[in-house]
Ligand binder design. Sequence first.
Ligand SMILES: [Zn+2]
Length: 300
Amino acid sequence: MTNFISIDCHAHYEPKILNANGILKRMKEHGIEKTCLMSAVTKEPIYKKSDFLMGIQRTFLQNSILWYIAKKLDKGFHKNKGQWDPWYRKFLFKGESYEIVQKPDNKSVFEVAEKHPDFFYSWIFLNPSINEWKKEFLTWQSHSKSIGIKLHPFWHRYSLEKAVEVAKFSEKYNLPIMIHLGFDKIDNVREFLNCCRKNIIIFSHAGFPFYKWIWPLIKKHKNCYVDFSSHHVSKKIIEDCVDALGPDRCLYGTDDPYGDDNAGIIIKNWIKNLNINDKEKRLILSQNSKKILKKITYIK
Ligand SMILES: [Zn+2]
């Protein structure tokens, strides 16, 4: 089988689950040449979600009525500000809630990227609902390892208007924005894209939690992409997404270390088995990332 160079555009540095040597070892095992890291999202690492429950969630989000039930459930998990409380776990006698990191730890991520410059790059993870976000951005934007901005309205619970503020402020620096959407309104996503035509936008996890409902919007904006990371995507979602957007708009990722330990291999195999040619598979596995995340360099 053809060997493909792979760039993981979406992984987290969460040393409580996997330290730098662990990531490097896994990259070698999974045939990943470069990894783009970002800060952890909770103070204590979140538990491994079961494949079964993730499958149910994906099914809900593909259905126009069940989607709203998923939105309601999500609201219930975020009742207390700054905390994620998956209350259903109480039925499994696992009642812990998790403190959400409001000020992402960019420093540690940049330090680890500096330490292993041939393998790691770093996203600047910003939370525009805290005051110092501009200062944080300016601290890291010119760093040799910075490849873009990460926004997470899902964990940080803010509206897309705040994401527009970041996009406008950072526009002249020409850094792509990776965004993990929350349960917003599609009209707000449309508005966000209309306001940010000059920015390159990557929607995490194939556009979770909207998926196919926003693919036509993404397709319409030539600077928009999706990543195929985490257990938020499946073989079917990847197939449908590539059909809808074309391979030139999709990027390979893992969301390590939060999902399956073998996510890197599993997702890569789904991409390798798509009904597209090798050149198109290369676009998804590395070339699109290399094009957008300009600092990434590699041999060959
Ligand atoms: Zn992630």
